[in-house]
Design a binder for this molecule. Sequence first.
Ligand SMILES: [Zn+2]
Length: 248
Amino acid sequence: MWEPNFTSAGIDRPLDILAIAAHPDDVEQTCGGTLIRMAEAGYRTGVLDLTAGDMGTRGTPQLRIEESEQAGREMLLAWRGNMRWPDARLENTLTARMTLAGELRILRPRTVILPYWAGRHPDHYRASEIGSEACFLAGLAKLDDQTEPHRPFKILYSSLYANVTPSFVVDISSQFDRRMAALLTYKSQYGDVAEGSDLFPPQTEIRERLSAIARFYGNLIGVKYGEPFVVKEAMRVDDIVAMPVRSI
Ligand SMILES: [Zn+2]
C-alpha cells in the first residue's frame, strides 16, 4: 500500500481515529474539521482513502495523492494512506473487505469514521459498506495469523451530504479555516482552471457553499460551524443538566 512521505516509517503505534473515504478530498469536505479538532486535542488521527480519484475529470491519480499528502499535513494527520482501488468502480468484494480488515489490524483505531451508508455516488455508500464489514472482520481471531485481531470500538458515519438528522454535531468553528485550507490544497480539483469548468464551481463558490453547509449544522447546536455524524447506537448521557444545546 502507498504511504505518503511524511509517514515514511509507516505506522508505529495505533491510531485513535481513522477516517475511511472513497476519494482524496472527501474527508476534507465531510469530517476534516473534526479530525483537526481531535488532533489538536492530542489524538492520533489518520485517513485511508480507498481510491486515488483516477476517474476524475481533472488531474491525475499521482497528483491527487500528492495533494492529499499536503492536505493531510494541513489537517494535522499522524498518518494517511491510499489503497489505489479503482475509482467509480468500488466493489464490496471478499478481497476488498479482507484487505481493509488487514489494514485495520495494523492501524488499530479505536474510532472509525465512514461515509454515510446512502447517497448518490456508488463509491461513497460502497466505501461505507466495505468499511463497516471490514471493522467486523478485523476482530476475528482466525482472520489471519500475521496480525492480531482488532475490532474498532466505535463507528461514526459522516452525514454532511446526507439529508438526515444527525445523531450529534461537532463544533468546528475554530477548525473551519484550516479545513478549508486543506481542501484548497487540491489545486487540480479546486483551482480556477478552464478544464472541466462547466462541472466545477469557482473557488469563491466552493467557499461559500461549504461555509453555508457548515453554518447550517453549526446552527443546530448553537455554534458557528459544525460537522454532523450519525451513529447506529443510542447516545449515552450521564448529566442531563449539563446538556449543552438549548431547546428550541
Ligand atoms: Zn467522493
